[in-house]
Design a protein around this ligand. Structure first.
Ligand SMILES: Cc1cc2nc3c(=O)[nH]c(=O)nc-3n(C[C@H](O)[C@H](O)[C@H](O)COP(=O)(O)O)c2cc1C
Length: 175
């Protein structure tokens, strides 16, 4: 049976070509459900119909009403990519004020396989909350692909979406 991957994506430049990550995960055999932060949702609003068609699922970005049914199948694994400084540090501190954060904070306790691939510049990476957050999340089992072999922070204004290491993230997912 096909395994379900929640691809949770934040408002950093690789989200503007999120179809690349979706297609790569699909090629690796995953059924992909896309969940966006509210900011990321605003960034890709013109592409939402296409992304829904590509994944075969609604693209979610906010909590459902308690009376509404779940519209996505439960996940077998979660890939958080691109993860921003904002969402990574809030995740590590247990904030859950977006659907994306609600899913990833709860997934820690559920011990779901979790892979995270940041996209941040060197100045953002120097903030002390980043090292703390990365350390907490790694301690609790998240495969955090920051540094050699994963995402290496770029100089401010020099991000290269084309070299974003989607393949490393997909290779880090469970077989
Ligand atoms: C043009 C632009 C580029 C940005 N690039 C990044 C980035 O590469 N990494 C990052 O962590 N934040 C970046 N940000 C800031 C985030 O979009 C901002 O912190 C936002 O609140 C993140 O929300 P989210 O984590 O809920 O998606 C960028 C913002 C703008 C407007």
């Amino acid at each position: 049976m096909t395994k379900v991957l929640y691809l949770i994506s934040c408002a950093a430049p690789p989200v503007r070509s999120i179809a690349t990550g979706i297609r790569k995960a699909q090629a690796a055999g995953w059924e992909v459900c896309l969940v966006l932060t509210p900011s990321a949702h605003r960034w890709v609003e013109p592409d939402l119909a296409e992304l829904r068609e590509l994944t075969g699922h609604p693209v979610r970005h906010e909590y459902k009403h308690p009376d509404s049914a779940d519209v996505l199948p439960p996940p077998d694994a979660i890939l958080v990519a691109p993860v921003t400084l904002n969402t990574l540090t809030k995740w590590a501190d247990g904030h859950a004020d977006t659907l994306a954060l609600g899913l990833v904070t709860e997934a820690l306790g559920l011990e779901l396989p979790l892979v995270a691939l940041p996209f941040i510049n060197r100045a953002q990476a120097a903030h002390p909350a980043l090292a703390r957050g990365v350390s907490v999340l790694r301690e609790y089992g998240v495969t955090m692909l920051l540094g050699e072999g994963g995402f290496v922070p770029h100089e401010p204004k020099h991000g290269d979406v084309g070299s974003y290491p989607w393949d490393a993230a997909i290779a880090a997912l469970p077989a």
